[in-house]
Ligand binder design. Sequence first.
Ligand code: CIR
Length: 257
Amino acid sequence: MVRVAITREVSPAINQCELTHVRRETIDSHRATVQHREYELCLAALGCSIDRIPADAHLPDSVFVEDTAVVLDEAAVLARPGAESRRRETEAVEQRLAGYRLLCRLHEPATLDGGDVLRIGSTLFVGRSGRTNDAGIEQLRQAVARWRYSIVPVRVAGCLHLKSAVTEVGPGTLLVNPRWIAPSAFTAFRCIEVDESEPQAANALRIGDIVVYPASFPRTRERLESRGIQLRVIDVSELAKAEGGVTCCSLIINEAR
Ligand code: CIR
């Protein structure tokens, strides 16, 4: 399959990033950039062609492109990020996405971060979080109705986004932190729980049969490997200080036309 990964260079202002659930620590922006390049190389080795947007010194969190859009096979819905400081991140992403997909937009009072949308087949699970409000969920529902996606709202508590708490790691298989979301929304799936000592370990990026996974969660990693899930383990510790995980740094476009 031809895949494109839209990424964006780490902003020189990364130390002014938004933080909600983690204590501020200095981010070494050089190290963050090196790790981000390794992340891109990993995606390239998995068959993605990298479409990189340059850094923007006025947008500290702009490396986290996942939050700016929801990319589907038929279209891309531009998000309206819940944090005011992140609203303008969509502009450069919009220009890139226009080359791949029909675009739909959300409008005030909607807020929605792409990190709150987990697509599994034709279902969009949408986190009702500190970033995504009811109007965001409703406008997303209307935007995608013509392609028959069903929308399942999921309450998120204790973490930033839905995909901080649950991601797909294989066909019908999810990696979850049940303390941050009610697993009742996901009873149709086989759920692997993160190790209790690694609450942030549920964010994994599935590319085909392979799962890109952070090096910082060895116990949960063992659980995944023991269930036969093939991992590419990478160090993303620097951007984790900005509350980012492995899904956050790319927008994956399947079968790019
Ligand atoms: C923020 O608070 O918006 C950023 N510092 C982190 C965003 C991480 N994005 C994601 O989980 N999808």
